[in-house]
Design a protein around this ligand. Structure first.
Ligand code: MG
Length: 254
């Protein structure tokens, strides 16, 4: 197989690793691509993790990755928010992802923007109701990712998108959604590359986020049959350009 790909964007969960363990050959694949001069970006809808924290986790699992190669949903959201030059914000997020918002003025009582990430126990009646009242009196809503349920911690739990949608519907407003498959996280990522988008490839395990997002951004995609992949994904309206059994097969392109 001959290729024009000069940059590859990798999802993490279900592609490079699963439940805290690297897939066989995945760390070696990144090293191989670097030797070939391919630009690597790691593109994850994680909100809890900062880029630094993501690099630390990936390093523990044997990957060689630098912070500037990682785009988390929290980083992309902070980057987008900074372009709006907000007077103030309330970032509903627990975890190290909050580090990405450094430099912004936090004012949870009178925010120009409410930003919804993974707030964990913070998603309680008082905070949700407070957010609703603020939205009804003019605060604007940004939601970091669309996923409504998360299976990554073993059992099923409600996550960011469910709370974002609840606030959007209750307040009767439209939020700006940042993470995959939305355009913002892809634009933030593509802005860090010096290559044309026809030379960029996205590798993911979910059609709904990775593949649909890649298509909308005008880049080619690989769906890997690992992680959250289901055979029924291959019957939908949106299809990836390539389907591989595992991420290490990316080597075939080179
Ligand atoms: Mg995934």
């Amino acid at each position: 197989m001959q290729t024009e790909f000069k940059a590859i964007l990798f999802d993490i969960d279900g592609v490079l690793e699963f439940q805290g363990q690297a897939y066989p050959g995945a760390p070696e694949l990144l090293d191989f691509l670097r030797r070939k001069g391919i630009i690597i970006r790691i593109l994850t809808n994680s909100t809890l993790k900062s880029r630094k924290h993501c690099v630390a986790k990936l390093t523990q699992r044997g990957f060689h990755v630098r912070q500037e190669e990682v785009i988390t949903a929290s980083y992309a959201t902070a980057k987008y928010l900074k372009t709006l030059k907000p007077k103030s914000c309330w970032v509903m997020l627990n975890g190290k992802g909050i580090e990405e918002f450094e430099g912004l003025h936090f004012d949870p009582d009178s925010p120009e923007y409410i930003v919804v990430g993974d707030y964990r126990e913070g998603f309680n009646f008082d905070n949700m109701n407070k957010a609703l009242k603020l939205l009804l009196t003019g605060s604007k809503l940004i939601v970091m990712i669309p996923e409504k349920v998360d299976h990554s911690l073993g059992s099923v739990e409600l996550t960011v998108g469910a709370y974002g949608k609840m606030l959007e519907d209750a307040a009767g407003i439209k939020a700006t959604w940042i993470g995959k498959p939305n355009k913002y996280i892809f634009e933030v990522t593509l802005d860090t590359l010096t290559v044309d988008r026809k030379n960029v490839l996205m590798v993911g395990d979910r059609v709904a986020t990775d593949i649909i997002g890649a298509k909308a951004a005008g880049i080619k995609s690989v769906l890997v049959k690992t992680g959250e992949f289901k055979e029924s994904d291959l019957n939908g309206d949106v299809q990836p350009d390539y389907v591989f059994d595992a991420v290490r097969e990316i080597e075939k392109f080179f």
